[in-house]
Design a protein around this ligand. Structure first.
Ligand code: GLP
Length: 250
């Protein structure tokens, strides 16, 4: 596992974008797994700039997103489809038909989960999967659980995740209570994984993920078993690790 402790959000975002840009330059036909939330917006803005300046092109890139709220249409302003269009896709030359998210409006959830798993498999799995991390250690929307769920599934969001994500909605009541999420097996099938984390609020989750036991009570801890993981965070996010396991950060 490669670890980068950055001074601030801007340098974290720049390093993450540079790694993704290098992947695109090495393999212009790559399949990228993307995440939503506040953490990746700086990375996406930088990728947009690199695309605008002609340094990279998304013309042959395919993307699959981790998750989507169940019940939100793609044009709902808080849908993850809308988020991705606004924060990344509209800033690049990517072909809309090459961008994929679960369909939040799918009536048959089981069929939708199967469709999404098949899509990822047919694409040959992701070359690079970008991840944020929830305060409770969730990745995608895989909440703490008593087992790791391999495939795409519909998850009941925990109260803490609903509260955390309510900042994007008018109130916590407006946050959907369920979401489609890529499963832990799909995430682990990525050839490489890049996790980013910002702020003191993520320090405990990051510590549990990287230094705690591999357990479904902290879904991100599974990353300890992946052969090609890079974690980039600011000093605050790494503060507990720096305090308790400083050797990990060398
Ligand atoms: C959401 C997303 C995750 C994301 C997490 C943290 O629940 N489903 O993919 O990593 O929030 O978000 P933020 O970066 O806003 O802290």
């Amino acid at each position: 596992m490669k670890i980068y402790v950055e001074n601030d959000y801007a340098s974290m975002s720049r390093r993450a974008a540079d790694i993704i840009a290098a992947e695109i330059k090495n393999n212009p036909n790559c399949v990228l797994g993307f995440a939503t939330g506040s953490t990746p917006t700086g990375t996406y803005a930088r990728l947009g700039e690199l695309c605008k300046s002609g340094e990279i092109s998304f013309k042959n890139v395919t993307t699959v997103n981790l998750d989507e709220y169940k019940g939100l249409s793609p044009d709902h302003p808080q849908s993850y489809r809308c988020f991705m269009n606004k924060n990344l896709f509209d800033l690049t030359d990517i072909l809309p038909e090459n961008t994929h998210l679960p369909n939040g409006l799918a009536e048959d959830s089981d069929a939708e989960c199967k469709r999404y798993d098949k899509l990822i498999k047919d694409l040959g799995n992701t070359d690079l999967q970008l991840l944020g991390i929830g305060h409770n250690g969730h990745i995608g929307f895989n909440e703490p659980n008593d087992r790791f769920i391999p495939g795409t599934n519909v998850i009941d969001l925990t109260e803490s995740t609903i509260q955390a994500n309510s900042r994007f909605f008018e109130s916590a009541q407006g946050v959907p209570t369920q979401a489609f999420t890529m499963g832990i097996g799909c995430i682990m099938s990525a050839k490489s994984i890049l996790m980013i984390a910002e702020g003191k609020g993520k320090a405990q989750a990051l510590y549990d993920a990287l230094c705690g036991p591999v357990a479904p009570s902290c879904p991100a801890s599974i990353l300890q078993l992946h052969p090609n993981v890079t974690v980039i965070g600011d000093k605050e996010a790494f503060s507990l690790i720096i305090e308790k396991e400083p050797k990990l950060c060398i």
